[in-house]
Design a protein around this ligand. Sequence first.
Ligand SMILES: NC(=O)c1ccc[n+]([C@@H]2O[C@H](COP(=O)([O-])OP(=O)(O)OC[C@H]3O[C@@H](n4cnc5c(N)ncnc54)[C@H](O)[C@@H]3O)[C@@H](O)[C@H]2O)c1
Length: 265
Amino acid sequence: MSAIEKLFSFEGKVIIITGAAGAIGSAAGHLFASLGANVVISDLNEEGAKQVAAAIEKESGKKTLGIKTDATNEADLEKLVKATLDTFGKISGLINNVGWGANTPIWGSDTDKMVKSYLLNTVGAYNLTKLCMPHLEKEPNASVVFSGSMVGVTPSPEFIEYSTAKAGLMNMVRSMAVVSGPKVRFNTVLIGSVDNGDSTLAAGYTPEMLKALSDMFVMKRRGAPIEIAYGMMFLMSDAAQWITGIDLRIDGGGTYKSKMPTKKD
Ligand SMILES: NC(=O)c1ccc[n+]([C@@H]2O[C@H](COP(=O)([O-])OP(=O)(O)OC[C@H]3O[C@@H](n4cnc5c(N)ncnc54)[C@H](O)[C@@H]3O)[C@@H](O)[C@H]2O)c1
C-alpha cells in the first residue's frame, strides 16, 4: 500500500452512518466500505437500510449491518450503539447524516414544526454522539462528521425550521470539538444542493426551482451524493488528523458567487 493509500485506508474501522438509506448516506457507506471499513447503515426506512447494507456487503465483501433507527428516538439510538458493539466490538467513527426540512413560508411555522425539525436535525445527532463518545475515545483518530447545510449559514426564510435547526447543529459541533480534542475530532460538511432524487421535490422544490438553483452555482449544476461523501472521507481520514471544529463547504461555489452587477448585467 502506498503512503497516500494508507492515509485513506479505513481498514479495521467501524463507522456508523445515520440516514444511510438516503442519497448521501448510502454513497458514504459504499465509499467507506470500499476503503476497508465495516459500516453500519442506520435509517428510519428499515427496508432501505437493509437493502443498502446488502448491496455494500456484496460490492465490498465487508460485513455490513443494516438497522432500523429513528434518530429522534433515544431507545432506538441505544439499540443502534448496542447492535454495533455486539457485531463489531467497537465504534471508530460516526457520521450524523440524518436530516430533512420542508419548504415553509417564514411565518407559516409553529412550535410543533420548529421543535420536530430541531429534534431531527440537531438533537438526534447530539444524543447519538453522546452515546458513542465512550467508545470513540478508545479509538485512534476517532472522528465524527455531521451533515450541515448551506441553508444553515445563509438567510433561508423559505426553510425556516430546517435552516434554524441546521444553524444550531453547526455551533453544537464546534462546542463538541473544543472539549473533545485530542481524542475525538468533530467537523461539519456544509452541503449545497445535491441531487437526491425525489427527496428534494418532496421538500417543496419544483423542477423549475432546481434549474434556477443550478444556474446560480459557479459549477452550474447540483452536486452528486458521492461528492459529499468524498468530503466526509477526507475529514475522517488520517490525512485530516489535525483538523477539528471546521465547516467544510461543498456547494459548487454557490455561496461565493459574486452578487455584484457587472456591465453585461
Ligand atoms: N440533498 C441536499 O441537497 C442537501 C443539502 C444540504 C444538506 N443536506 C443534508 O444532507 C443529509 C442527507 O441528505 P440526503 O440528500 O441524502 O437526503 P435523503 O432524503 O436522500 O436521505 C435522508 C434519509 O434520512 C432518513 N430519515 C428521515 N427521518 C429519519 C429519522 N427520524 N430517523 C432516521 N432516519 C430518518 C430517510 O429515510 C432517508 O433515507 C441531511 O442531513 C440533509 O439535511 C442535503
